[in-house]
Each structure stands twice: as C-alpha cells, then as structure tokens.
Design a protein around this ligand. Sequence first.
Ligand SMILES: Nc1ncnc2c1ncn2[C@@H]1O[C@H](COP(=O)(O)OP(=O)(O)OP(=O)(O)O)[C@@H](O)[C@H]1O
Length: 252
Amino acid sequence: MTTATALEARHLVKDFRGFRATNDVSLSVREGEIHAIIGPNGAGKTTLFNLLSGFLRPTSGEVALFGERIDTLPPHLIVRRGLSRSFQISSVFPSLTVRDNMLVALESPTNLPGQFWTPLSRLETLGPRADQILADVGLGDAPDRLAADLSHGEKRQLEIGISLTQDPRVLLLDEPTSGMGSEGVNRVIALVRQVARGRTVVLVEHNMSVVSELADRITVLQYGQVLASGRYDEVRRDPRVIEAYLGEEAHA
Ligand SMILES: Nc1ncnc2c1ncn2[C@@H]1O[C@H](COP(=O)(O)OP(=O)(O)OP(=O)(O)O)[C@@H](O)[C@H]1O
C-alpha cells in the first residue's frame, strides 16, 4: 500500500536581500506521519516553516498540500485547505480565560464566513467543541483559569488547542517543547502523539530526545539545504549528519 503525500516542498528557494536562507529544499511528508525538521541554529528551519505555511512567499519553487499548490495562497486560505500551524504563545489572549480563548479561536474568520461579531447563541453552540478540544489537550479541568496564570507548558497546550480549532489535516508545530522542563516535555510528547492520531504533524524541534520519541521521519537542514531526509534511525547514522549536527549524541 502506498501512502499519500500530505505536504511537499519542491526546490524551494528563499532569498533575503542576497542571503539564501532556503536553498533548493525539496521535502516530502507522508500522510499520517510525524516529521521533524532539525538542524543547527540558523540552518533555515523557521524560514522553511514560514514558507510551508504561507507566511513567506518563496523566491522560487513550490509547496503542495495533498497535491495542490498552496504557495500562491495567503495563510488563511491555506488554513482552509487543511494546514494549520501553532503560533508562538502570542496567539493566546492572556486576559481571557482558557475557555474564552478557545471560543475566540473557534469563531475566528478562518472558521466562520465573514462576520465580524458572533451572536451569543452561536458562541453557545461552539462551547461543546471548545470543551472537547480542551479535554483533548489536557486542559479540561482549567476552563475558567486566566490564560495569564497558566504555566509555560500549559500555555503551549492551549496554543496547540487553538491550532486544533481549525481541525487541520496537517499540523505544523514550531518548537513545541521550547523552554520546558522535563515534566512539561513529557506532557507535550504525549500531547503531540494524541493530536497526531488521524493527522499529519510536522515539527521543528531542537530537543533530540523528543525527536527520537516522536518522529517517524526527519529532515536535517544545514546552511539552508537538506543534508539528509528519511527514517530517524537511518538518518542518525548518516556520517554527514553525525559530522554536522548530531555529534556525540549519535555515537551514544
Ligand atoms: N527576514 C530575514 N531577513 C534576513 N535574514 C533572515 C531573515 N529571516 C531569517 N534570516 C536568516 O536566515 C538564516 C536562517 O534563519 P532561520 O531563522 O530560518 O534559522 P533556524 O534554523 O530557524 O534557526 P534557529 O534554530 O536559531 O531558530 C539565518 O542566517 C537568519 O539570520
């Protein structure tokens, strides 16, 4: 049985005033897999993420979602096609409760056709959906807490919950464990596994133990180029990858 390609980059190039941050990157993410993008600082991971989600336009090359080009679309239309990315914590409104944050996300313009304000009755129908997603991301017992009072890890849970309001087929997560202690990291690993059920996940991640726990396949970037791509256990043995990035860890 062949697996469909969910997300594909074809010869992507991104230049910033003469500096080539993304250099002929081709990458294929299969439907249903967890795919990690790794690489040293400055390798071009964030730039690639921005290209995949439409927040940057490529200088050349293409991005395709389930076989259809999306690199010419604005981000909100890419979301409607089924690709959603977690934003940094800034997408959370600190002065709202956890549940109200979910309601705001559920009634955002990408979820509802053009209406600036939402009638109370509509918000009420969104409530059960908000509660379900909060339960899925492990915040089912915290609906009335102010987002400002959440721990760093809980904010990331809420943030992932917000990206799930779009019910994406492909979810992009940008360093979901950054700044967390081991307890938070373990919680996020479990959460990513849970949200990956029935969808495709692409994540940028620095923590190699998280990558080894979660990723079916990885793509290693260096100097804006793909150094290696494939199954985690194969790629970690690639001498070029050991040399460039994994270092001591790969010898362990
Ligand atoms: N808007 C921009 N203008 C100019 N240069 C940029 C811009 N965005 C990124 N760069 C450069 O492109 C290169 C890749 O940056 P990018 O943030 O994509 O790397 P990264 O792998 O995500 O790094 P990190 O792990 O440190 O987050 C860096 O040298 C960076 O300075």
